[in-house]
Design a protein around this ligand. Sequence first.
Ligand code: PEP
Ligand code: MN
Length: 337
Amino acid sequence: MIIILSSDTTDEQINKLKHHIESLGLTPHLSIGTFRTIIGVIGDESKIDADQLCAFPGVSSVVPVLPPYKLASLDAHPQASVVEVGDVKIGGGHLCMISGPCSIESAEGLDAIAAAVVAAGANILRGGAYKPRSSPYAFQGMGVAGLKILRDVGERYDVPVVTEVTDPRNVEVVCEYADMLQVGARNMQNFVLLTEVGKCGKPVLLKRGMSATITDLLMSAEYVLAAGNQNVVLCERGIKSFDSSTRNLYDVAAVAVIKTLTHLPIIVDPSHATGRPDIIPACAYAGLAAGADGVHIEVHDHPEQAFSDGPQALSPKEFAATFKKLEELARVFDATF
Ligand code: PEP
Ligand code: MN
């Protein structure tokens, strides 16, 4: 950590700072420049609070040397992590293809969609039983009845299942039925929920909040890791923008950036990122090219009858054609679904 002092900092203020640093078991190293003086702090940076240092008189700014997400950072773990969901591996050249409807609507409905997406190549089935909706009057999901349908259908087609958990009180029941727990964009900074999914040990699909920076996303992952759960997969699903051409702004560069910062796998969700079936395939290819460890696409066989997110659903036929190209593209990047 580097402390940059103000140009008018007094010797007394510098001495106070040095004592504070030493009292934490760290070593201050003073460098006096022509215009500015800086103090380098040698030792375990986690012992010192940067915000607290900024409040000392005479401090202009504080520059941490290490990222605040200790466990998620590449420094902590230079090799790519591989997260296992059932027998599907994600990361380190192993790709996942998560697909299914936005919401679980009925046993027959999910069965038909699962049959199609699994036949086309999806290796993880999705479906929401608890839906975080902007309106309290919109369909909220089937709850436990939906979880049971998801489990049954997943077993029938021999694929692991992922579903969203929106409330810390539901973590236990969702764990009973799901192979992977999704924490959605709206809950990315629900720290109580993050700690609960961290304690449960099941793999977690952590979606980027719509106004979250990359650091925010990694700090949320850190909550899960710090609670003892190493099985975190990140997901870029679009952020808020001034442009309404797409539902959100698909931040594909974030995938490449995140690869330089963390060992955790990251997948892309072009369905929620764009909301446009006409461009979801192109954006899925772009995600893989940017280094994503998998893709998440919503599919519905009757989008006009879907209980949620119908307008962004690919048809089973469109999904099959998209996945074929994703498989070809994967070969270029030495990765396999
Ligand atoms: C979803 O996966 O259906 C969903 C609500 O996702 P997000 O949290 O990315 O909006
Ligand atoms: Mn959805």
